[in-house]
Design a protein. Structure first.
Length: 304
């Protein structure tokens, strides 16, 4: 059976833990996993602009002995409405895995339905599962565990990163708190799924101070996601009380760390004093995209 990684719970909590351990090991010995020796080719399709996803997947595939094939969807036949099914049937005969950074989650579902090789989400409007593997790796490296820790996400709680924090954080045994204003809170479907997976607390409210109080990890994301640029002024006004500044961050645990998936907009969702402060792990987190994605690609190669 072909395994895919389209959203965070496409793997089990036990598999997630093994993937994180492998990611940490790969960081110490970057060329120890040669799953794509040949070289085998991995297709990387981009509907959305990218820095970290493109660089980390390209470098990771190369370090695993493979060849990263970058496909800009706008310069391919996909831009002329060739179906996802037909695209999958072509790629699956020539490449070993497919990574797609796209808009609708249904795009990934359709690609996986017609692919006989693993399909990985590089991001969709609903979930960002590779980012969460990197975040959990960063947390585990710093604290030595994920179980029992509390993460507070403050800001736009209806976006892909917040959704993935709910699901992946619950799977990792963390307490997950989301603080967002009305209209920016995660869907009931995502919250209910997180509660099904959780061994600890799942909290969604509109009070950032309550969410951050005593938390081990404080995180946020841009207030204006790709595709929401026309709503910029409205979003900034609505979300301004949810800025992670020094005062809010001080209400977390004295040992708390700050994470941000980047790109960051200092002065909007976070102040420079927090993201550039000594307890910020954002650069370690960004590097860990490389190692975590190598680990999930290795897992899929071995289990498909």
């Amino acid at each position: 059976m072909t395994r895919h990684f389209l959203k965070d719970d496409d793997i089990s909590p036990q598999e997630q833990a093994k993937i994180l351990d492998h990611a940490i090991a790969l960081k110490k010995d970057r060329f120890s996993d040669r799953s794509f020796e040949g070289p085998k080719t991995v297709a990387m399709i981009f509907d959305k602009t990218s820095t970290r996803t493109r660089v980390s997947f390209s470098v990771g595939i190369s370090e695993m002995g493979g060849f990263p094939l970058v496909i800009d969807s706008q310069s391919s036949q996909m831009a002329k409405s060739e179906s996802i099914a037909d695209t999958a049937k072509v790629l699956t005969r020539q490449v070993s895995q497919i990574m797609w950074r796209t808009y609708e989650q249904s795009n990934l579902d359709e690609m996986a339905k017609h692919s006989t090789v693993p399909v990985i989400s590089g991001l969709s409007d609903d979930y960002h599962p590779c980012q969460l593997l990197a975040d959990l790796q960063t947390i585990k490296e710093h604290f030595g565990k994920t179980e029992g820790l509390t993460v507070a996400y403050v800001g736009d709680g209806a976006n892909n990163v917040a959704n993935s924090y709910l699901i992946a954080g619950a799977m990792a045994g963390m307490n997950v708190r989301i603080a967002s204003p009305e209209g920016y809170q995660p869907s009931g479907e995502v919250v209910n799924r997180a509660k099904q997976l959780a061994s600890g607390e799942i909290l969604v409210n509109s009070d950032p101070a309550e969410a951050v109080s005593g938390a081990d990890v404080v995180t946020t994301d841009t207030w204006v996601s790709m595709g929401a640029e026309t709503e910029k002024a409205q979003r900034i006004g609505d979300l301004e009380p949810y800025r992670v500044d020094e005062n809010l961050f001080s209400q977390a645990s004295p040992e708390a760390v700050f994470l941000h998936c980047l790109p960051a907009y200092r002065g909007n969702e976070v102040t420079a004093g927090v993201i550039d402060g000594e307890r910020s792990l954002v650069w370690q987190q960004a590097e860990n995209r490389l190692h975590a994605q190598k680990a999930i690609m290795s897992f899929l190669a071995k289990n498909s």
